[in-house]
Every structure is written in structure tokens, then in C-alpha cells.
Design a protein around this ligand. Sequence first.
Ligand SMILES: C[S@@+](CC[C@H](N)C(=O)[O-])C[C@H]1O[C@@H](n2cnc3c(N)ncnc32)[C@H](O)[C@@H]1O
Length: 364
Amino acid sequence: MRPHTIPNSPFPRSFNESTHASSDPDAPTRATDGDASLARLSAVRKGYLNDDFAALFVPRAHLQPNRAPLINIGTWVRTIAIDRLVDQWLLRCEDQGVQAQIVSLGAGSDSRFWKLMAGSHASTLAKYVEVDFSEITGKKAMTIRKDRTLNGYLGPDTSPQLDNLSAGGGTGISSSVYNLVPADIRCPPDEALSALFTPDTPILSKTVPTLLLFECVLAYMPPSDSEALLAWFAAQFTDSAPLGAVVYEMFGLEDSFGKMMISNLKSRGVSLPGVVPYKDQASLPNRFTKTGFSRSQAWTLKDIRKEYIEAEEHERVSTLELVDEIEEIDLVLSHYAITSGILVPQGLERWFAWDLPKLQQGQV
Ligand SMILES: C[S@@+](CC[C@H](N)C(=O)[O-])C[C@H]1O[C@@H](n2cnc3c(N)ncnc32)[C@H](O)[C@@H]1O
């Protein structure tokens, strides 16, 4: 068994920062953003994903090597699943004639906002907020500011704002839809995320259906901090609007594969305290049911690949590159999961239908 993990392959050194050059204990965690961006870039270049914006967030993208097929496949499955849950949220809002807010925590160099703005749901987005450490938001703000394509989706009122978007300072962006907020989300949310609901000029409304995205970030945080964060968001929306959440991360790391992943990441200075409570698939929904959400469900990437992706898409992808790691794919994908949670105020029970769409009979 080779020590592959997705997206935090132990192989690539991040372009964002050297993990050993700094005494900052969070530098290795921030460096995982480089792995995620390179994995996305590779999956796009190889034809697994369509994303005109991914390369714009990767410095010297043309010099970056592609990832192994296994990593491309993991990135493909995870992106399809999250994209579909996001689409379903937006469609539900459209059906009801309302707009939506999306908040991506630990967003890193993610390009999903731009993909959405270039797509058919753009006018449904009332707000799109990205949160990450100030070192990451500072770089992202400058990338966006310097790139006409990225900047073009933010509108004329866009300006990077210094030192006023979080308690700890840092560079962010404020615009009518897109907001980039520097914050350490392990800190008490009332302070770290005060900009979101500040009484004078809140970024978010508590009466708009809101979807939280945690794409490979909670694993790096102590479980008590992520529980506090989820409970805080739940408290903001109880009785006012539906609140959905999507978590993507590893789980069940007590077997030999998991131990190898943990030790590979440890050698890079990255620890995964957030996976400890989640020993199997059945335990994953606990993170939502214990923090005030109404319902939750979890799917492994292995199941999503087999049961939720259409035969034509499998056929298309099977022609992209030679995959000689067949037996590893199931093993690796069975250690990653997407978990959704939803909190629905009384009277809005129709929102419980928000789900990852299953294949119709005969589509597999
Ligand atoms: C593996 S990357 C994922 C980036 C992005 N979500 C994606 O999927 O492409 C993890 C991101 O979480 C961020 N992160 C981790 N812990 C954080 C914290 N305590 N506060 C804010 N951001 C954090 C890192 O800086 C990094 O950008």
C-alpha cells in the first residue's frame, strides 16, 4: 500500500509556505491549502473537472506537475458531491423565490465562488463569504485584486479592506456578494466571526437560507472548537431560516491505512485532532446532531463514486488516464466522507428534502 492521501498528499511541498522554515505551529496546516489547490488544478488539467478559475489561484500553475490518478479521482468525486449539494441548496431557494447565503470556512484558494458566479445560479447568491487564516486571505485578496477575471465577478464596489474584518486584523475583501474574512475559526466565534453578524453592517442576514461549507478543515481543529463553531451558527439561525452544512474530511483512521496517513501528515507537522471522535461512518452525523442541527447524513467517497455518479460520467473519466491503482481507490475513498447537516425552523419542513441526489434506477 502506498501512502496516498487526498487531498493532502504527503508528496507535494506546498507553494504557499515552507512547513519547516517557520516556528508558527499553524504554518503546516495553512500549507495544506497548497495541496488542495494543486489537486484541483491537476483534476481540471486532466479533464476530470471543469473549472476556469482553479489555475488563477496557483502561482506558476504551468510549472506544477499533475497529481497521481488516485488523487485526481478523489478530487473529482469530492467536488461532484459538494457541487451537487450546493446546487440542490440553490435550486431549493429558487423554487421558493428566495436568495441564498454560502459561507465557506477554511476556504483556502477555493474557486467555487467564481464557478457559481459564471453559472446559472449566480443571481440566487445574496452573499458568499470565505473565511481562513489572515495569511491565506491576505494572499487570496491580492490574487483577486490583481486578476481582472477574478475581480470582474465581484462588481465595482470591491475593495480589499485592511485590519477591520476580524478581531485579529488581516486583509479581507468586502463586496456586495463576495466577502473574504480573515479569522482563526478555533477562536470563540463571537469574537473571531463578529464581522458576520455585527449589528451595524452585518455581512449575513439571519433570515436568508444559509449553507456552510467545511471542505477539509475541521479535521485540523480540536473537536471542541468545531462543535462550538457549529453550535454558534445553529444558534444564529434557529427559528429564523434554514441552515445547511457540508463537511468533507477523513474519518476512521484507526486502521493501518489511517495510522499511515496520520504519521505521514505528522512528519509534515500537520495533526488531525478533529478526526478522533469519528471512528466510523455511523459516528459522522454526531457532529451535527449534538450541536443543534435537526438532521444529518454521511456518505463515503467510495459510496458516492459507486452509487451517485452516472454511468456516462464514469465512462468519460475512464478514458482520461491509465489508472493502475484500482485496488487502492476503494481503500482510500472509504476513508473520506461528505457529511451534511440541516437545521430547519418550524413550518419549513420541506427543506428536509435537501439531499445528495440519488441515481435513478438503471443509471449506475
Ligand atoms: C486542506 S485546505 C482546504 C482548502 C479548501 N477548503 C479546499 O478544499 O480547497 C485547509 C484550509 O483550512 C484552513 N484552516 C485550517 N484551520 C483553520 C483555522 N483554525 N482557521 C481558519 N482557517 C483554517 C487552512 O488555512 C487551509 O486553507
